[in-house]
Ligand binder design. Sequence first.
Ligand code: HEM
Length: 520
Amino acid sequence: MVEGEQLADLVIKHGSIRLLATAGLTCWLGYGIWLAVYRLYLSPIAHFPGPRLAALTGWYEAYFDLVEKGGGQFPFEIRRMHEKYGPIVRINPDELHVDDPEYYDVLYSTNKAYDKLKRFQHRFSIPEATFSTVKAEEHKTRRSALAPFFSKAKVRSQAASVQALMDRISEKLEREYTGKQRPVNIQDVWSALSADAIMDIVFANSMNLYDYPDFRSPFTTAVNSVAVYCHITLHFGFLLSIINNLPDWLAMRVFPPFIPVIQFRWEMERQIADVLANRKQGIKESGRKTVFSEMVASELPQHELHPQRLLQEAQSLIGAGFETTAWSLTIGTFHILDNPLVLAQLKAELEEAMPDPQCILPLGDLEKLPYLTAVSKEILRIAFGGVERLPRIDRTGIMTYGQWTIPPGTPVSMDQYHMHTNEGIFPEPSIFRPERWLGDPKGPDGVKPLTNYLTTFGRGTRMCLGLNLAHAEIFIGLATLFRRHDLELFETTRRDVDFHTEYLKAAPWPGSKGVRVVVK
Ligand code: HEM
């Protein structure tokens, strides 16, 4: 009897489970069908041109981000969409992309405060950093606390420290590499310069990274590898949530590729803890104000000064501050060495301006050298900076593009890759030609300066905060390196610098050993 009841119970139970499973599946299918109909026919951007599959599902973008040729291919796919569908395309279920250089200043306007894309906010685990802040109003408060530290005047006042760092790098090149046929990866050299420069401004604490053998420090290696995960953490954000909720030792065991990311966070935690401890004990830091010593002493609301938010701001500043600059300098070094006429002209200008190689001109004077200036602009054009699109959202208002009306809340994006390779603006864009910047050149309308189309640092209310620092490093770095040293490329070709994969910045083919040089 008891057995009979148990059997009946089981039948009911299994029946209910089956019923529940069927109901769940039906709901899921129903939701899927509704979503497909909505995205293809009812969405306020359903009438915009673009591939139907991209409009239907975010997995289209994920495929190009993660699978095609090993991933990082979406910018190239966006280009193919524009070639087929015109200057405005729907690149995924929610977002539009524009390829029209004249629209850049409209989208990245200085008098319109647009939101950023929420989907991009969490992928580096720094959602509260100024860089990742979604809402325009909140972004404004955070940015204004940082901006004074990166003004032109402020950077000029610190240019001597950048020169001092570069001098130490130059001494090491002379001592350990000159005449020895010993190749060095120039990206490691530039990473040491730019990481130490930003650490100095942010924490008044250079880490003397150039001192590591072959300039390769665990710190710069760790930060360099963070960007490689940007697509995985975008499409599988739950991985980050898991890692963030595990104890570090376990996260490092379970997800070994994330070890550098965790180590980078540790270093930033240590730096922030120092700033906070100094403040508590009333210790004055080395007589110099730094970004964080000033921030904790500022009028920012208390929740903005929470150690976790400061940590995120630090990770963002250091991450944003060094890799892009180091990569631009790396690509620049390659192209200068790969073009003997450019190299000769640059060296001639530097020699004339600085007869004594030990006396490098102050930054303000370097910026007046026409060929060095042209070279640095061409580097910023061909290296792109970032190549990922930069979406902007007008939460309440309507944007327009030509005859198109863009509904409120729609993310619209453009990017440096499309801007800097536009044949109408920059003929033969794949050729490194500093001469295109000489003599105050104009854009296609003959009125706007050509520099108007150089968008390496973005534009508008979210434009790069560190551009003055980046400029300083590029001018001081190139002037010192090429005035004092004779370099030669070592087993390096264009394949090692040309844009093959997008990891926010443009990365070369996966087998590249980097840009290597020997010092003659
Ligand atoms: C060649 C080097 C650099 C390039 C190409 C570059 C590029 C950019 C771009 C395109 C943006 C805008 C991102 C967006 O609109 O979403 C940006 C933002 C930012 N960059 Fe840079 N950057 C460089 C160097 C630096 C340096 C040296 C720092 C130093 C602190 C820095 C700090 C920042 C910060 C804090 C933001 C966020 C600004 C905001 O959201 O208001 N960058 N950068």
